[in-house]
Design a protein around this ligand. Structure first.
Ligand SMILES: NC(=O)C1=CN([C@@H]2O[C@H](COP(=O)(O)OP(=O)(O)OC[C@H]3O[C@@H](n4cnc5c(N)ncnc54)[C@H](OP(=O)(O)O)[C@@H]3O)[C@@H](O)[C@H]2O)C=CC1
Ligand SMILES: CC(=O)N[C@@H](CCC(=O)OP(=O)(O)O)C(=O)O
Length: 344
């Protein structure tokens, strides 16, 4: 059994970790932290978990208790893992961070986008970006994993087959993405209220969103050089889900893009390349650790449209984190995870 600790257990990604790990045969949650709910039993706060964690209560974060775990997930705001990861690694505990603290390789770029100095630049060289479809071998030997963001997961999985094959013009990429409101976390904010978000769709952060450098970093690796990406996130009137509509210019009109995508992801347990002409729906991935992708070339032109959907809380966060745990501990990568979404 892998002994698991979770820092930030009351947030949306924290409770999603608990839901997924409740069905995991080889992992056991031993410690779960919350400063505001310390002492409260997990099942009293989250009745969906009754019968799974009846003896587990939230406790305040404490390095000694967390350091007795094999692995600690950080499901916390940016900056928290910076402060604690080093001590845990020194205690021999692996760290899987769901926040953005270790996603960017460049500490100065991180500081620019996150508005605070990077708190642990010394750990950056060993941090592995936890996108299994790109980095599986590096994840196997890692101590510190940076779980990709939700928009970055959908966008990279949709565009890398075209860039790795050298087919897309790297300087002309567009990602139009919509997210469910749970992407903003559980904290109270006017912008997350039902009255502000239902029956409405809006773009935001068009000038620059903090996921732009993360996505660009991954696409540069796939392209083997600089990329030019326009990224426009939208807030959609739904609770879960990311829908990415991705545009790339592919001058070679003869290439079989369906075959390219199917081949790239043939051995990937959590990427589903749908039949040609498909329109993936976010509800098909609700609760599932999968990215469903469809590739289109409208009117046979140069502009290729890739559609990619994920559940932001699963393949976009907690499911991907569990997938990383499985790889890290040499387990079957699919343990505790499912392809099956919830429709309706
Ligand atoms: N929501 C999403 O779709 C996705 C989120 N992420 C990232 O995952 C992380 C968690 O997100 P989410 O679950 O939405 O966040 P929430 O705001 O819903 O939850 C945050 C959690 O962190 C705890 N926390 C807050 N501050 C501290 C602190 N200083 N020290 C220790 N614990 C703290 C909170 O509990 P308490 O205050 O009681 O301690 C709470 O349990 C974030 O970095 C987010 O950006 C990544 C991908 C997708
Ligand atoms: C709808 C919404 O607000 N989404 C968040 C991104 C989701 C998220 O949690 O981003 P990380 O994966 O980097 O943590 C935002 O735009 O900041």
């Amino acid at each position: 059994m892998v002994k698991v600790g979770i820092v930030g257990g009351t947030g949306y990604t924290g409770v999603e970790l608990l839901r997924l790990l409740a069905q995991h045969p080889q992992a056991e949650v031993a410690v779960i932290t919350s400063r505001s709910e310390a002492g409260v039993k997990v099942a009293d706060m989250y009745p969906n978990l009754r019968g799974h964690y009846d003896n587990l209560a939230f406790s305040v974060p404490d390095v000694a208790t967390l350091g007795a775990c094999d692995v600690v997930f950080f499901a916390t705001p940016h900056g928290v893992a910076h402060a604690l990861a080093g001590e845990l690694l020194a205690a021999g505990t692996k760290v899987i961070d769901l926040s953005a603290d270790f996603r960017l390789q460049d500490a100065e770029e991180w500081a620019k986008w996150y508005g605070q100095p990077h708190g642990a630049p010394d750990l950056l060289p060993e941090a592995v970006y936890g996108l299994p479809e790109v980095n599986r071998e590096a994840i196997k030997g890692a101590r510190l994993i940076a779980v990709p963001g939700c928009y970055p997961t959908a966008t990279q999985l949709g565009l890398i087959p075209l860039l790795e094959a050298g087919l897309a013009e790297p300087g002309r990429l567009i990602a139009n993405c919509a997210s469910g409101v749970s992407g903003a976390g559980r904290g109270a904010k006017v912008g997350s209220l039902l009255c502000e978000t239902s029956e409405s769709l809006m773009a935001y952060a068009v000038k620059g969103h903090r996921h732009l450098p993360e996505i660009s970093q991954g696409l540069r690796r796939a392209a083997g050089g600089p990329v030019g990406l326009t990224f426009v996130p939208h807030l959609a009137p739904m609770i879960r889900g990311i829908h990415a509509t991705l545009y790339a210019t592919v001058a070679d009109r003869g290439v079989d893009l369906q075959a390219l995508f199917e081949k790239r992801y043939a051995n990937e347990p959590f990427v589903d390349v749908m039949p040609a002409g498909s329109h993936p729906e976010t509800r098909s991935v609700r609760g599932a650790n999968v990215c469903r992708i469809a590739v289109h070339r409208p009117q046979g032109g140069e502009l290729v449209v890739v559609l990619a959907v994920i559940d932001n809380l699963v393949k976009g966060a907690s499911g991907q984190a569990v997938q990383n745990l499985n790889i890290l501990f040499g387990l079957d990568e699919r343990l505790g995870l499912s392809h099956a979404g919830m429709m309706p």
